[in-house]
Design a protein around this ligand. Structure first.
Ligand SMILES: Cc1ncc(COP(=O)(O)O)c(C=O)c1O
Length: 364
């Protein structure tokens, strides 16, 4: 593997972390109040697919890429991404959560939209390199913040007809983040969306491709403008079943059961998969099946889950087209099961609890 050393950069050319944060030093930085946004870090990792094979990893400090104007990612949506996190433990060691699963999901996405898949080993090496090169940006233990890792795969080769590119670019950048929903682990309100779908019944909803997110922007803005944190999408075929909650999966809890939608148009969430295992560990039953919207009135707790959302408890779901309102968290606090799941997941990610399922890669 060839690691190109980051070129020395003129100090005036880039905004450093310290400049981004109004000249705060890493030590004095307010990690506890980080939002889910982009902060420039020291380096990112890149790899190119050409002549039928992937090249070596390269490290750069540039935030920009040079791209052919006819690249298929620009015209035909050949673009896939991932999202995972690294955490700092009490022991100061850095832990990356379920990176193998993200490698597998990106592989599946690549096949789904006819891109050259990144071999899992290369994916994981790129992720570890990106984290290592930015160690100083991994937030301290106990701050609730983490290092968000964003792998990205694009069709970079030129085509004018609708067909897959012959060349691809894979890159990984990182940025320190706080909670996705500004409320953090506090209940949020959600609006049912019937006027827009993020994916088609047999479309690309199960892949992590940019087009799904472009399709969600109008409805998300509508929800935000009406005072909701996100939208609850229904199945795009019949509008009878729950699909997912914005950029997160949905779950409901009742009678000691964790119930989550099974649907061809939702992203298979690695967080959801992990919560299902934690529920089984806690002696709960897990049901992955179509969840009719009417069932909302029967849940004791409901929530959204994902790498960015972690577990976000839901306080109220409003369906403006039927005037139905479903309420939870009557005391204003997250429910007991959601709280326990949040704590256990977090404890495993930060190394406070043993990693009995082998979900964590420690960087040494
Ligand atoms: C549409 C969508 N659903 C669900 C998720 C949650 O998936 P994961 O838990 O793997 O982050 C995400 C975030 O990646 C997402 O964008």
């Amino acid at each position: 593997m060839h690691l190109r050393r980051p070129a020395l950069v003129e100090r005036t050319e880039i905004a450093t972390f310290e400049q981004n944060q109004n000249l705060c030093t890493m030590e004095s930085f307010d990690w506890k109040n980080l939002s889910f946004g982009y902060i420039r870090t020291d380096a990112n990792v890149r790899c190119y697919f050409k002549d039928g094979k992937w090249g070596d990893l390269e490290v750069t400090d540039s935030e920009y890429i040079q791209l052919h104007m006819a690249a298929t990612c620009l015209h035909y949506g050949q673009e896939a991404f991932e999202g995972l996190k690294a955490f700092r433990g009490k022991d100061n060691r850095i832990r990356i959560f379920r990176m193998k699963e993200n490698a597998a999901r990106m592989h599946n996405t690549a096949l789904g939209i006819k891109m050259a898949p990144v071999p899992a080993e290369r994916f994981m090496e790129a992720v570890k390199t990106a984290v290592r090169k930015n160690e100083r940006f991994v937030p301290p233990h106990g701050t609730g913040a983490s290092l968000y890792i964003r792998p990205l795969l694009i069709g970079s080769g030129p085509e004018v007809g609708v067909k897959p590119a012959k060349e691809y670019m894979f890159m990984v950048f990182v940025t320190p983040v706080g909670p996705y929903f500004k409320e953090g682990f506090k209940p949020v309100d959600v609006m049912v969306c019937r006027g827009y779908d993020r994916a088609a019944p047999l479309g690309t909803g199960c892949y992590k491709v940019g087009g799904n997110y472009a399709a969600s922007l109008t409805s998300l803005e509508l929800a935000h403008n009406s005072g909701f944190s996100t939208t609850l999408y229904l199945d795009p075929k019949e509008k009878k079943y729950i699909d997912e909650a914005g950029p997160a999966n949905f779950f409901g809890i009742k009678n000691n059961r964790f119930i989550t939608p099974a649907s061809k148009s939702i992203l298979p969430s690695i967080t959801n998969m992990s919560l299902q295992q934690l529920c089984r560990d806690m002696g709960m039953e897990v049901e992955s099946r179509p969840v009719p919207i009417d069932e909302l009135s029967t849940f004791e707790e409901v929530g959204a889950c994902g790498t960015a959302a972690v577990i976000t408890p839901i306080r109220k779901i409003v369906d403006p087209d039927t005037n139905a309102i479903y309420g939870y968290c009557s005391d204003g606090k997250p429910g007991p099961v959601s709280t326990k799941l949040y704590q256990r997941l977090n404890a495993i990610q930060t190394g406070d609890e043993p990693d009995v399922h082998g979900w964590v890669d420690i960087l040494d």
